[in-house]
Write a new protein. Structure first.
Length: 565
């Protein structure tokens, strides 16, 4: 049987040939769904190739259902400062701009990719040629048509490494000219008004996944982040009424805009984000007082608190979201670089128990990890033995490195689970005879400095591909490489992995990459998070997204939803 992409072209044999035998194993099944959909198969086709029916989308709103009387929603979420989306380093900012700045594709909780501003796409079998087909009839909210030139313009913006903190250049590194640090000449071709071709100098399987990540919002030509609030041009159905970092934000439906998906979304007239800080006790108090209808994310014992509230529904998803406890190898303290010494980093690993960090830091609501930042949910994950706990060896290594009397300052955000995980890490280091003090900082300070702290914890969201995480955070010189790590062998292997279509062959490369991260003791990465949020009964579209996204256009009250404040 010939399997086709959304645009009606045959899928590469290298994809179709991997379907056999994948359906029985949930891990392999997820790997295949991600691969097939990223190469242009519809979700229904990807499932059919496995001999399975496509499941109904959880929390999807029924477009044919009678509307509720209520058309507003109030969401607890930290509100971060807005900026140029390609420099966003926290998803909360994107959840606000998502109202008017949309994406080419979206990534779903089942691991598949779904078209948004793109209608379809194909990738050649050698993964060096991408063809992107734009959705017809899309306009900007100023009335101008959305064209292939707009897509080409955004890709050029993404590939500009000269822009500080532009992490999209890491996602699209294959298209960046190393001589100019800008888009490679001839790499992007506009075939016609609705078709864009990408010509890669080497294979890369990760570009569709990169287009779905939150810094990949599509902006208009002439976009200026300084005036984005005064002139919020986008393709989406909402406009910002106000955005006040650390206080709140409001989106209002733009009824004057002929939105491309009208009738299938944008049911809410007003969406309010309420910033209640980082203490989940304040979320619970607001819920009990009837001041919010949805939480963004809830951790620890407050999951049980919300579960006990009448009229609230728990939503949960297994993810590759995590936390890292890392030293920055470039950080200099009193003329020394303690974390540049592999023995120091290895000592930190040997002193910590991932099981204890999961129990005390995250109430055991997750899965143990292996200190290499690739999850069993990632395509081509290669299992590794559990990390070793050996406090005596940790102390001996710290002494051998000449840092027996050095006091490590472990920095964390002032919140619940991240602070608890860091507290547990500090206790384990102390038990091993390694000196440590804790520094807890408010969010505004932490978010501004997260990549620069010498020794700190950082949470990382789920991404579709393990190679994607490695390219963003572990490849030499990337803006999000908070570890300060540089390993030429790792960089070369990563390039090979990005070019390898066959899952089993890529898994063999991933095994080497994971081993390098472990052997060089780059980080303690203790557990994978199961994520939880809660919604008031009757609110659809608000279940926890695997990548922490809130999609304003998908929120809707059913007839049974709350009608009062």
């Amino acid at each position: 049987m010939t399997w086709l992409t959304r645009s009606g072209r045959p899928l590469p044999p290298a994809i179709t040939g991997q379907a056999a035998g994948m359906a029985a194993d949930p891990v392999n099944r997820r790997e295949f769904l991600a691969l097939a959909s990223s190469f242009g198969a519809s979700t229904a086709t990807a499932y059919a190739m496995l001999g399975l029916a496509q499941p109904a989308r959880a929390q999807a709103a029924d477009a044919n259902a009678a509307p509720s009387e209520r058309t507003d929603v109030r969401i607890q979420m930290e509100v971060r400062p807005l900026a140029d989306p390609r420099t966003f380093d926290w998803f909360q900012a994107a959840n606000v701009t998502r109202g008017w700045l949309e994406y080419l594709v979206s990534y779903e909780n089942d691991g598949t990719f779904r078209p948004q501003l793109l209608e379809a796409w194909e990738i050649s079998e050698d993964a060096q040629h991408y063809t992107l087909h734009l959705r017809p009839g899309v306009t900007w909210n100023d009335g101008a048509p959305f064209t292939a030139g707009d897509v080409a313009h955004n890709i050029a913006r993404w590939c500009d490494r000269t822009v500080p903190a532009n992490s999209m250049a890491g996602r699209f590194a294959v298209l960046v000219d190393p001589e100019t640090d800008r888009l490679l000449h001839g790499a992007v071709e506009t075939i016609d008004a609705h078709t864009v071709a990408l010509h890669l100098p080497r294979p890369d399987i990760s570009l569709i996944a990169g287009m779905a990540d939150y810094p990949a919002a599509i902006v208009p030509r002439g976009f200026d982040p300084e005036t984005m609030m005064e002139n919020p041009v986008g393709t989406g159905p909402y406009l910002p009424e106000r955005v006040e970092p650390r206080r709140g934000a409001v989106l209002v439906r733009n009824d004057a805009h002929d939105w491309w998906n009208a009738g299938n979304g944008a049911w809410m007239e007003r969406i309010e984000f309420i910033d209640l800080g980082t203490d989940p006790a304040s979320y619970a108090a607001a819920a009990l007082a009837g001041q919010i209808d949805m939480t963004h994310s809830v951790e620890g014992e407050f999951i049980d608190v919300f579960d006990a509230m009448e009229g609230w529904v728990q939503n949960t998803v297994i993810t590759a979201a995590t936390i890292v406890i890392r030293g920055n190898q470039k950080a200099e303290i009193d003329g020394r670089k303690p974390y540049a010494d592999q023995r120091v980093r290895r000592a930190l690993q040997l002193a910590m128990s991932n099981a204890i960090l999961l129990e005390l830091g995250y109430n055991d609501r997750g899965e143990l990890a292996e200190n290499h930042h690739v999850s069993p949910l990632h395509p081509a994950y290669a299992p590794m033995p559990p990390p070793v706990l050996d406090p005596a060896a940790a102390k001996a290594l710290m002494e051998e490195a000449g840092f027996a009397d050095f006091e490590h300052e472990l920095v964390s955000l002032d919140d619940n689970w991240r602070r608890n995980t860091a507290d547990a890490a500090a206790a384990l280091l102390t038990d091993a005879g390694i000196k440590v003090r804790r520094k807890i900082v408010p969010g505004v300070d932490f978010w501004a400095n997260w990549v620069r702290y010498p020794f700190s914890t950082t949470d990382w969201g789920h991404r579709p591909l393990g190679v994607q995480t490695y390219a963003l955070a572990y490849r030499s010189g990337e803006p999000w490489n908070e570890f300060g790590w540089s390993n030429p062998r790792f960089d070369a292997l990563l390039e090979d992995a990005l070019a390898t279509l066959d899952i089993d062959k890529r898994r063999a490369i991933m095994a080497e990459l994971e081993a390098l991260v472990r052997e060089d003791a780059v980080t303690v990465q203790p557990y994978w998070r199961r994520l939880f949020n809660h919604t008031v009964e009757g609110l659809q579209g608000g279940g926890h997204n695997i990548a922490f996204e809130i999609r304003p256009a998908e929120l809707r009250w059913s007839q049974a939803g709350r009608k009062g404040p």
